[in-house]
Design a binder for this molecule. Structure first.
Ligand SMILES: Cc1cc2nc3c(=O)[nH]c(=O)nc-3n(C[C@H](O)[C@H](O)[C@H](O)COP(=O)(O)O)c2cc1C
Length: 349
């Protein structure tokens, strides 16, 4: 059963602040960041999408050693196997050959599986019984929703449009994260091949308040206490913030990524499919600029994500931001480099 209309999921969880420190798969959501966020009274969230079952278990155990406060786990909903014809792969190899030469990487061998096995990850989540399970990129299959409910785990889906929010509500989620176009990282659009509605958070919230009856979580471009207050006043029951926490002392953000976030005082971001095959927002860099001009060389999600991983690894090793996915939202201002707990206090002053 979904939450009653007037209930506040976040009070029920015993959070001091209605804030989810966003799950940020791929490094930034370190054990330290998740544990510190939860210990400070927000909801820390593990971005488990790229982790196998053993890694998710180890991560959760390490968080548990640092805090007994509620934590969430987040996964990507799968969409079947992306079709990669030999011809498309050839074009992708050609489009990136110059970069692999520069990074001294061998020619890529793209083999299945392109992503972690969702059902195995999901079983691990059920076993770990986090305070919340959140997901992105679509609806959770009906039998999975049933199992999460049976396990008593609150369920949070992600929507980028009113239609997606409606579908999530009907599927039985306990809360919906409304992700505005301003958000850093992957757009939660259900259909990976669809055009982006590009709806900003303010409009999306206005459309959903009153139309959606489960609690709404506002995400996208929120950086300050004022932003948080505005989202809560506009009808969100909680906020989810990623970019604001990327340079925190505890974040697992790599050195070249961190440097780029801090030096770009007016972080110029846009959405691109270049890194993973799905739209995601990040700071403009060479890979994004050049690949966006040769879209025929970009594979479908999640094949492209696997295909470009070696380049991201080599770029990090070289200390270069040129080939990194520098996920960041549109929010301006200097990023907080102190402890996450101090940032959280400032946001709710
Ligand atoms: C580095 C990074 C990684 C992200 N990874 C995930 C993820 O694994 N799962 C998810 O649901 N959202 C992910 N997001 C999106 C966030 O949940 C959220 O929508 C976004 O951070 C909000 O916008 P903001 O970055 O402007 O605060 C990520 C965002 C960033 C910046």
């Amino acid at each position: 059963m979904s939450a009653p209309k007037d209930s506040n999921l976040f009070q029920k969880l015993g959070l001091k602040h209605p804030l989810i420190v966003a799950p940020m798969a791929g490094g930034p959501s370190s054990v330290d960041l998740v544990a510190s966020a939860s210990a400070a009274g927000a909801l820390g969230a593990m971005g488990g999408a790229y982790s196998n079952s053993a890694a998710i278990e180890t991560f959760a155990a390490q968080v548990r050693q640092r805090t007994d406060k509620p934590c969430a786990i987040n996964l990507f909903v799968p969409h079947g196997i992306a079709e990669v014809t030999p011809d498309r792969l050839e074009r992708a190899i050609e489009a990136t050959a110059v970069y692999r030469r520069e990074l001294e990487l061998a020619s890529p061998q793209l083999a299945l599986p392109y992503e972690e096995d969702f059902d195995t990850q999901f079983e691990t989540v059920l076993r770990l019984k986090p305070a919340c399970f959140s997901f992105v990129f679509g609806l959770l299959p009906v039998d999975h929703v049933r199992e999460v409910k049976k396990a008593g785990i609150p369920l949070i889906g992600t929507a980028t449009t009113l239609d997606e929010a409606r579908a999530l509500e009907e599927s039985g989620v306990d809360a919906v994260t409304l992700q505005g176009f301003e958000a850093g990282g992957h757009r939660g659009i259900f259909d990976a091949k669809a055009a982006d509605s590009e709806i900003g958070l303010r409009d999306l919230l206005a459309q959903c308040v009153g139309a959606i009856h489960v609690p709404l979580i506002a995400a996208g471009g929120l950086m300050t206490a004022e932003d948080v207050r505005a989202a809560l006043t506009a009808g969100a029951q909680a906020v989810q913030m990623g970019t604001a926490f990327l340079a925190c002392a505890e974040a697992g953000t790599s050195a070249p990524y961190r440097k780029k976030l801090l030096e770009a005082s007016e972080r110029r971001t846009r959405t691109t499919r270049a890194f993973s095959g799905r739209f995601a927002r990040g700071i403009e860099n060479r890979f994004m600029d050049e690949m966006d001009r040769k879209p025929e060389g970009i594979l479908p999600f999640p094949a492209q994500n696997k295909f470009t991983r070696d380049m991201r690894g080599a770029s990090t090793a070289k200390g270069s931001p040129d080939f990194l996915s520098l996920w960041s939202g549109t929010g301006k201002g200097e990023l907080w480099q102190g402890k996450a707990a101090d940032l959280i206090e400032r946001l709710f002053d």
